[in-house]
Design a protein around this ligand. Structure first.
Ligand SMILES: Cc1ncc(COP(=O)(O)O)c(C=O)c1O
Length: 390
């Protein structure tokens, strides 16, 4: 267990503004410069931003809802919430979700960053997040004035810390490691959190991107949700599932996501978000509704990522990297057994930009994260450079 706020220091001399650390990606500038010098151009696999087109059917849904003079509903249209309920049943094995217990969000990042504050957390409260994790979990805790703590199991915490835990983030499939938690593992975590009276927020934004044993299109099983009855025990009390359409539907630019779970928590969040004006625009709600009812574009996008993954895997190994976990999601979690920045440098010399593992916590040192979000042409170029040594 580590308190993960080392980089976050209060600056008493600062009269205004939150004391958040500088945005870490700015540290990539010299490596981007180096990689951009490659004669065939840079292959930027450092961030997971989708590069393929937003499906036409979703663009039409957005355009078709362009006449929107009135304020949209914060809770989401009835039709959108029903689409989320149907999606959970069809794609996630979660039947009978209450449409009242669904809430659209302005992308997931917004919810991740504001959830501790909206849950009423503050000084003295602990927010637990995975040891190697998406950095916004920490930022959300800090924005609320709570303490972020890195742990993969609540057993890792001392008694004093355990007594202060109010929110536990689980991220399966995980960014950046690609680790998937099965129903037993999720159930253990949920039981342990509930025993402390803590909320479990499960960030599941890569759930449709399972590989190997987690790839239902190839004989595997679906990635489980925290709302799966085998995990929840049949009640969603203290549980929130968080999902995003950014990756599965190439909608990152629309800011399209949702949360679902405990009806009381959702009702309180809806009320707070009404007061705060945290509303998903109506045309985006319509695009979400259509996206959640249309599985073929999700399958087509996943096929693209699968092909890129299969090209990159052997190439990264040929370059001398070991690919660990990466059972799902958009990233390959790689190590050469050396300092993170040494690997970032060696890849940049080949014109390839990878994400430094240290951006995801101290436990990420020695690793780089290679995203599958390059065009087919750029991924092929990277694979060639890695295998052929050019
Ligand atoms: C684990 C995780 N959660 C949340 C998000 C944010 O997604 P969104 O585009 O919905 O804000 C990301 C984006 O990369 C992510 O990796």
């Amino acid at each position: 267990m580590t308190t993960s706020s080392a980089a976050i220091q209060q600056d008493a001399s600062r009269p205004f503004g939150l004391a958040l650390p500088d945005y870490p990606w700015d540290a990539m500038a010299p490596y981007l410069k180096l990689a951009s010098g490659h004669p065939d151009g840079v292959v930027n696999l450092s961030i997971g931003t989708p590069v393929d087109a937003t499906p036409e059917v979703l663009r039409q849904a957005l355009a078709g809802a362009a006449n929107a003079p009135g304020y949209p509903t914060t809770h989401g249209t009835t039709a959108l919430r029903q689409a989320v309920v149907d999606w959970f049943e069809r794609r996630r094995g979660v039947a009978g979700l209450d449409p009242q217990a669904v809430l659209p969000t302005v992308g997931s990042k917004e919810l991740v960053a504001w959830l501790p504050l909206l849950l009423g957390l503050g000084a003295g409260d602990v927010v637990v997040r995975p040891t190697v994790a998406y950095p916004t979990y920490d930022m959300g805790a800090v924005i609320a004035g709570a303490t972020p703590v890195a742990a993969d199991s609540l057993d890792e915490l001392d008694e004093q810390t355990r007594s202060r835990v109010r929110l536990v983030w689980v991220n399966s499939p995980a960014n950046p490691t690609g680790i998937v938690r099965n129903t037993d593992q999720l159930r253990i975590l949920v039981d342990a959190a509930r025993a402390l009276g803590a909320v479990v927020a499960s960030d599941e934004c890569y759930a449709e991107l399972g590989w190997g044993p987690w790839d239902p299109d190839r004989g595997g099983q679906p990635v489980p949700s925290v709302l799966d009855p085998q995990v929840s025990g049949g009640t969603n009390e203290l549980l929130l599932a968080v999902y995003s359409l950014s990756k599965q539907s190439n909608l990152a630019g629309y800011r399209a996501a949702f949360a679902a779970g405990d009806p009381d928590l959702i009702a309180n969040l809806v009320n707070s978000r009404k007061h705060a004006g945290m509303i998903v625009p109506y045309p985006v709600q319509e695009a979400m509704r259509v996206a959640l009812g249309e599985d073929s574009h999700v399958r087509a996008q996943k096929d693209r990522y699968r092909a890129r993954r299969e090209l990159l895997l052997p190439a990264l190994r040929a370059f001398g990297l070991e690919v660990q976990h990466s059972e799902a999601g958009l990233y390959l979690w790689c190590t050469a057994g050396e300092d993170t920045w040494a690997t970032v440098q060696r890849l940049a010399e080949r014109g390839i930009l990878a994400g430094p593992g240290v951006f995801y916590g101290d436990a990420g040192n020695g690793y780089v994260r290679v995203a599958l979000t390059g065009s087919d042409e750029r991924i092929a170029a990277a694979a060639h450079r890695l295998s052929a040594g050019v």
